[in-house]
Ligand binder design. Structure first.
Ligand SMILES: C[S@@+](CC[C@H](N)C(=O)[O-])C[C@H]1O[C@@H](n2cnc3c(N)ncnc32)[C@H](O)[C@@H]1O
Length: 268
């Protein structure tokens, strides 16, 4: 299956979201332009000093995280399916006189567009759920990493995606191990609930074992794996802000995030 219809629908939706997101309070574009980083403590602590390192950012949206890494001294390339997102990322790069490169393509096709290998491959907050199968994703990550290079991801927890949030009260509806695609249609976006766009989205749930095993199968060694209750983003219903300014559920029944850091093995 090539999932052309699903990817095209998602691309149209993401194209519509770009302007709404760039104008939203969620993304703080003006503050970002003035120097605010868009990166959060999890990824900053995990990757540490990136000065002089080459970094490939998968599903970079309109590039604020990519450009934040650039400001910290990394040589960055961002990839995204949405041409509108990539156009805005390039515009921000030029305006801020940074040296990132942006490529518009399906993340699964990255190696058809980029042959360079990187010290770091990074992806964060809302990415793998747009992909039907993690095997080609992990293959691409391994191909684009230098030997000894680091892959880091921080992502919403798969338990959080077992719920349908389009109803007034979230309903646990989707399986933890679910192969079938999930289609949802709703008004607004997570960054601007009042935005006058109808989001039409095809998504896929991936279990933690799918994520981790797909990386191991492609020659990556898992260095660390964590599940976290607190999210930098207020994107699920009824979260409360903690003392560190992060968002948690009141009952803390399940984690909201997980992170994986892995290294590409050195061939002997
Ligand atoms: C939630 S955003 C990523 C979050 C990012 N950390 C941010 O907020 O800036 C998801 C991104 O994935 C992109 N995307 C969705 N499906 C994709 C695919 N198949 N290939 C590449 N990018 C894709 C969308 O265009 C969107 O920019």
């Amino acid at each position: 299956m090539n999932f052309k219809k699903e990817f095209n629908t998602n691309k149209e939706t993401w194209n519509q979201k770009v302007a709404a997101h760039a104008g939203s309070d969620f993304y703080f574009v003006e503050a970002f332009k003035a120097g605010r980083t868009s990166l959060n403590t999890y990824e900053l602590e995990a990757l540490g000093d990136v000065t002089g390192k080459s970094l490939l950012h998968l599903q970079c949206h309109f590039g604020q995280d990519t450009l934040s890494w650039s400001r910290m001294g990394a040589k960055c390339t961002g990839v995204d399916l949405s041409d509108k997102a990539i156009a805005l990322a390039q515009q921000l790069n030029n305006e801020l006189q940074l040296d990132a490169t942006f490529v518009c393509c399906n993340v699964l096709d990255t190696s058809q567009h980029i042959s360079e290998t990187f010290d770091i491959v990074f992806t964060s907050y809302g990415t793998i759920g747009w992909l039907p199968d993690l095997k080609p994703w992990a293959q691409m990550i391994s191909s684009r990493l230098k030997e000894g290079g680091v892959f880091y991801m921080v992502e919403f927890h798969p338990i959080a995606w077992m719920f349908d949030y389009t109803t007034e009260k979230p309903i646990m509806k989707y399986a933890y191990h679910q192969d079938e695609v999930i289609y949802e249609e709703y008004e607004g976006t997570y960054a601007d609930h009042q935005a006058t766009i109808v989001s039409k989205e095809y998504g896929w749930n991936h279990s933690l074992s799918d994520v981790i095993q797909s990386l191991i199968d492609e020659g990556l060694s898992i260095e660390s794996f964590q599940e976290m209750n607190a999210s930098p983003y207020d994107v699920f219903p009824d979260l409360v802000k903690n003392n560190e300014g992060l968002y948690e559920s009141k009952d803390k029944l399940f984690p909201l995030l997980f992170e994986v850091k892995a290294t590409k093995k050195v061939a002997r």
